[in-house]
Design a protein around this ligand. Sequence first.
Ligand code: PEP
Ligand code: MG
Length: 320
Amino acid sequence: TKSQLLKYKDKATVTKDQHQISLLANVGCLSEISQLSDVGADGIGLFRTEFMLMNASEMPSEEVQYTLYCDALQLLDGKTFTIRTLDIGADKDLPCLPLPEEDNPALGFRGTRYSLIHPQLLKVQIRAVLRAANHGQIRLMFPMINQVEELDILFDIIETCKRELLEEERGYGELLYGIVIETPAAVLNLPSMLPRLDFISIGTNDLTQYTMAADRTNPILTKTYPSLSPAILSLINLTIQTAKPTGIPISLCGELGSNPNVAPILVGMGIDELSVSPTSLLQLKSSLGNHTLETYKTWSQQALSIQRLDELNNYVSHCR
Ligand code: PEP
Ligand code: MG
């Protein structure tokens, strides 16, 4: 029950043999941040900045965003703070930003692709984040990245922002940079991108949509092609195998991580950080402490060898 879970609130998330996992929260506004200590989060693994624009009539100015990020840093008090740049387009429409007319919006200008055709919007956000980083550590990650050429453009924009801030004699701080792994191309192109990255985060919601070519907003399709599937587990495993030798933190921020039967398997595969909705956090913290890392590794090997959905579901139902 909920009151039984509360005893985990101030404890680190550890396996039975004391292997530590960073358990972070997916949030979209300041009020959610102030509640994070109630659920024992180690910080924020995904701050969905587009949510702050949902009801806005115009794009928040650099000053407004700067204040928001500084307030968040203060509330977090040294805990991990991961900001994702605007992720709009497709299912994420905003009243203040017009989306281009496209036949296939989910395959069109969304996430970083949208940002790169509107670099002014992106620059405002990056400048605000750089300035806020003068007051505390911030990790910045980019959604919907496919290939290193996108990083070339992004890092050019970041350099421009830094140069401008220097010229204006405004302070800024160095950031840690990451990408959200949401397409099979991002997994396969990871070797060329890793040298530029300080962390990665696997977004299983979109990784599933783009691997299965199945609209994530269509309930019939999401039932037919769930994230908990041999193909998605293989892609997660390939991501981890590719990134592990670099030693950078490997995070997972999609819904799949909030399933208490799947989280141990992900940890067994080598995920270092799980970022989930705040309401799932305490349950995960309790589940992950039930067995040793060795057990989770065995479970993950077993799960990776299963080739059918029903068998995988059945297997995972015992992993707790
Ligand atoms: C994801 O795609 O898994 C993810 C975490 O991001 P969002 O659900 O906001 O697209
Ligand atoms: Mg996504």
